[in-house]
Ligand binder design. Structure first.
Ligand code: C2O
Ligand code: CU
Length: 540
C-alpha cells in the first residue's frame, strides 16, 4: 500500500450561477472541490488549511478509518473545528473500500460547497471485476443556493421554520441548460461511439434523494458505496445523499447529444420542487448535425416511492471469490431506532411559537456540545454526553399508522450508545409517520454495513427476520430508509471509536436526527483506538 499527500485550502471564492454571483467557501477555489486518487488499502494525508472565515471540519464519507476516529471529522463529534488561520492533517486510512467515495465539510451547511470525490482504484496487480472501461469520469450531483449557506441554516434554527430550499440541483457544479443563465457552462461529457465509460456518480445534494438517468442509454450499475455489486441493468437509479454508485455506460447509440439528468425524489406531504431537474450532456464525438432539441430521460415522478424501492430492492453484493462478504449470521445485540420529525416541547422561550421543528432518533433530538464526544470519552471529561441512548423507542405505538392522537414533541439530549468490541450488531431503523412520513437516507460513520432487509409498515421482530438476505446483501454506508417502512442492517463492531449516525438530509441532521455509537476498545493494542494525533484542533 502507498501513501499520498494532499494540500487542501479552505478559501472564499466567487461563483456565478443562475444569473447571480456570490462569495462562498470552497476547497482550493473550486466547486466541486478536488478529487483524491488512491488505490485500495492506501493511506492519504490531507493537510487542511483554513483560510476561510469560520471553523470547519472535513469528513471522508465511507472511509472506515480503522481504529482512527481522530481523522473522521464530524464537528463536535470527533473533533472541534479547524479555526481560521489554522490547519490540521487528516490521516485517511483506506482498508477494503474500492470504487468511489467522497469527502465533504461536516460543519453547519458548508458541505453544500465544500465537497469532492475520492476515487479508489483496485490494488496494484488486481483489476475491476468487470471489463476495463475505456475511460472514467466523476459525476457529482449537488445543490445550488443563491443565498449564504450559514445564514440559511442559522436562520432556520433560530426561527424553528424549515430552511430555504435550494435554487437548483447541479451536475459537476452546473445547473444545466434548462435553467436561466446556465446553458453555456452546462457540463458536457464527450464520448466515442463504441466505447464504454465508467461513471462514478456521487449524490452530494443537501436535502433530496435523486433519480438519475441518461436519455437513450441503459446504465449498468456495478458498485455502490465503494463495494462491488452484481451488475444491474436499468434506465434509472435512485441515489440518496451520501451514496455513491459506479455505473458502466456504453456509447452505442446514434452519435448525437443525449441528456444526462437528475431529479429529486421525495415522497413526503406537501412536497413541491421549484427546479426539480438538472441536466448535463453526453456528447458523441464525430460529424453530425447538432440536434436542435433533445429529450430528457424518462425519470420516475418526484414522489414515485414504488420506483425508488424497486430500484433499491435489486441491489446485491457481488459476493464473489475475490470480493467476499462477511454478513453476521447471528447477532448479539439489536437496536431498534425510530426516526421521526417532531416539534420541540413548549418552553418559556418557545411558547410563543410552539411549532419549532425538530427531529429525533428514539425520541432524543441530538444536541452537539462545544467539546467533541471523542475527546470527552478519551480524556474522561464529564458532562459532555450521556451513555443512555435507548436501545428501543421509549414507547411503542403504531409508528406508521394514524398519528392524530400521538404526542409529536421530542426530548433533547447528547446521548450515545455503547457497544462492546467485536459484537455482532443489528440496527433496525423504523420510519414513522410522526409529523410527516417520508424517506430518510441514514448514514453510519466508521463502518460499512450489510442491508439485510427492508419493508413497509412496522418492523415485526418475529416474522421480518425470516425474510432477511444473509447471502448477498449490499455492503453500504448509507441506507435509503423507505417512507413509513423499516431497514435492518448488520455489522461487526470491530472498529473502536466514536461514530456518528445521522440522516444525510441536512435539514433533518441539523434538527437532531442523529446519534452516536461508541465502540469500546478490545483487549489488545490492535483492537484499541490509536492514540490521538499531536495537533488536534483545540476546543476554544
Ligand atoms: Cu456524508 Cu456524517 O456524513
Ligand atoms: Cu431524514
Amino acid at each position: 500500500a502507498d501513501t499520498h499527500h494532499y494540500n487542501f485550502v479552505l478559501q472564499q471564492a466567487q461563483f456565478t450561477r443562475l444569473c447571480e454571483t456570490k462569495t462562498m467557501l470552497t476547497m482550493n477555489g473550486s466547486f466541486p472541490g478536488p478529487t483524491i486518487h488512491a488505490r485500495r488499502g492506501d493511506t492519504i494525508y490531507v493537510n487542511v488549511h483554513n483560510e476561510g472565515e469560520y471553523g470547519v471540519t472535513i469528513h471522508w464519507h465511507g472511509v472506515k478509518q480503522p481504529r482512527n476516529p481522530w481523522s473522521d471529522g464530524p464537528e463536535n463529534i470527533t473533533q472541534c473545528p479547524i479555526q481560521p488561520g489554522k490547519n490540521f492533517t487528516y490521516e485517511v486510512i483506506l482498508s477494503n473500500e474500492e470504487g468511489t467515495l467522497w469527502w465533504h465539510a461536516h460543519s453547519d451547511w458548508s458541505r453544500a460547497t465544500v465537497h469532492g470525490a475520492i476515487v479508489i482504484a483496485p490494488a496494484l496487480g488486481t483489476t475491476y471485476p468487470f471489463p476495463a472501461p475505456d475511460a472514467e469520469e466523476t459525476i457529482i450531483i449537488g445543490s445550488w443556493f443563491k443565498g449564504d449557506l450559514k445564514a440559511i441554516i442559522d436562520e432556520a434554527l433560530a426561527t424553528g421554520e424549515p430552511p430555504e430550499k435550494s435554487n437548483s440541483l447541479t451536475i459537476n457544479g452546473q445547473p444545466g441548460d434548462q435553467l436561466p443563465c446556465s446553458a453555456e457552462n452546462t457540463y458536457r461529457y464527450r464520448v466515442n461511439y463504441g466505447k464504454t465509460y465508467l461513471l462514478r456518480v456521487i449524490n452530494a445534494v443537501m436535502n433530496e434523494e435523486q433519480f438519475f438517468g441518461i436519455a437513450g442509454h441503459s446504465l449498468t450499475v456495478v458498485g455502490q458505496d465503494a463495494a462491488y455489486i452484481k451488475p444491474i441493468t436499468t434506465n434509472y437509479i435512485m441515489i440518496t445523499p451520501g451514496q455513491t454508485m459506479d455505473i458502466l455506460v456504453s456509447a452505442n447509440q446514434t452519435p448525437s447529444y443525449y441528456y444526462i439528468a437528475s431529479s429529486s425524489f421525495s415522497d413526503g406531504p406537501n412536497v413541491t420542487f421549484d427546479n426539480t431537474t438538472t441536466t448535463a450532456i453526453l456528447q458523441y464525438n464525430g460529424n453530425y448535425t447538432t440536434p436542435s432539441a433533445i429529450p430528457l430521460p424518462p425519470l420516475p415522478r418526484f414522489n414515485d416511492s414504488a420506483a425508488a424501492e424497486s430500484y433499491t430492492g435489486r441491489v446485491r453484493s457481488l459476493a464473489s471469490e475475490n470480493h467476499p462478504i462477511n454478513v453476521p449470521q447471528s447477532i448479539n445485540r439489536r437496536l431498534y431506532i425510530a426516526i421521526a420529525l417532531n416539534f420541540l416541547p413548549c418552553t418559556a422561550a418557545t411558547c410563543a411559537n410552539s411549532t419549532r421543528v425538530a427531529a429525533s432518533m428514539n425520541n432524543v433530538s441530538f444536541e452537539a456540545k462545544p467539546i467533541d464526544i471523542l475527546q470527552a470519552y478519551y480524556r474522561s471529561i464529564d458532562g459532555v454526553f450521556d451513555r443512555d441512548f435507548p436501545s428501543e423507542p421509549p414507547k411503542y405505538y403504531n409508528f406508521t399508522g394514524n398519528m392524530t392522537s400521538i404526542d409529536v414533541t421530542t426530548a433533547t439530549g447528547t446521548k450515545v450508545k455503547m457497544l462492546n468490541y467485536g459484537e455482532s450488531v443489528e440496527i433496525v431503523f423504523q420510519g414513522t409517520n410522526l409529523l410527516a412520513e417520508m424517506n430518510h437516507p441514514i448514514h453510519l460513520h466508521g463502518f460499512s454495513f450489510y442491508l439485510v432487509g427492508t419493508g413497509k409498515g412496522n418492523f415485526n421482530n418475529v416474522t421480518d427476520p425470516k425474510s432477511y438476505n444473509l447471502i448477498d446483501p449490499p455492503e453500504i454506508n448509507t441506507v435509503a430508509l423507505p417512507k413509513s417502512g423499516w431497514a435492518a442492517i448488520r455489522f461487526i463492531a470491530d472498529n473502536p471509536g466514536v461514530w456518528f449516525i445521522h440522516c444525510h438530509l441536512e435539514r433533518h441532521s441539523s434538527w437532531g436526527m442523529d446519534t452516536v455509537l461508541i465502540v469500546k476498545n478490545g483487549t489488545t493494542t490492535a483492537t484499541s483506538m490509536r492514540p490521538p494525533p499531536a495537533s488536534l484542533p483545540s476546543c476554544s
